[in-house]
Design a protein around this ligand. Sequence first.
Ligand code: HEC
Ligand code: HEC
Length: 262
Amino acid sequence: MQAACPHPAVHAGAVRVIGARYRFLAGALGLACALLAPGARAARPFEDSMAQRTLPCTVCHGPQGRAAADGYYPRIAGKPEGYLFNQLRNFRDGRRHYGLMAAMVDPLSDAYLQEIARHFAGLELPYPPPQPPQVPPAVLQRGATLVRDGDPARGVPACMSCHGAALTGAWPNVPGLLGLPRDYLNSQLGAWKTGERRAQAPDCMADLLRRLPDDDLAAVTAWLAAQPLPADPRAVRQVPTRAAGPMTVACGSAPELGGRAP
Ligand code: HEC
Ligand code: HEC
């Protein structure tokens, strides 16, 4: 299927919204229109590869999708393909919100979004060093316990039970939790808690975050951001083993994990 460019009004709207200071981003959006459309070959004087077509994405997401330095624009390189595909559909279908990106992915077909996801998932690039923790050791310890064991009394499953024992994610749909800045983790998990970010139903992350108090969440993100990646930073290829029990909730975006609907 062929992608269409956003209506010019969408582009003009984006220019108004972001203002003069960020006009270069609006330029990227216009460029994206030309580059992301597989049919628009005449407009492209250079090699037609996915790396070229997705250059506009890297204006925000950093070189090759390695993340920008400020922790706001997330890394997309090397995240599992199904996870990236699901996020692109989430922006397109309104479960996540970021106007400029939605305008880019709105006109694209599922097949093309999958190709984009495959491209970024296949990039194996170095990760940034861990961030020195800025919380007391007891808080870090609490974070580590929650990640490994969850909080059975509150019905919070261990992060490792889905994100893998090494926390590098599980192919194809579960992302890793290491190598992400604390600011990014806090903003994403905060948005999930308030319903601003959503995944396909049943939304297991939303479900567990509702049961995790804010100070525990802060302990978890402080610990995660302070961990180095293991020697093999790739997502594991097998489904993590999860003990059956009341905490084995199902995830609509990762049906392979199994579990019951919450
Ligand atoms: C104008 C800046 C901008 C451009 C251009 C842009 N993005 Fe994004 N993207 C963002 C921001 C900001 C977020 C995080 C939004 C949020 O959830 O708060 C994001 C999130 C994402 C995510 C989810 C990441 C995750 O780990 O959950 C994916 C995947 C993604 N972008 C892919 C793309 C692709 C592919 C392109 C090119 C077609 C692109 N982006 C272009 C700014 C941009
Ligand atoms: C029941 C399985 C399950 C458990 C337990 C779980 N997660 Fe998740 N998590 C997922 C799935 C599935 C996704 C992808 C959702 C989507 O497609 O948007 C996800 C996504 C995430 C993301 C988004 C990553 C990104 O790059 O934006 C973060 C952060 C996260 N989880 C943190 C945690 C933390 C912290 C814990 C433990 C407190 C945890 N998760 C426990 C299944 C789980």
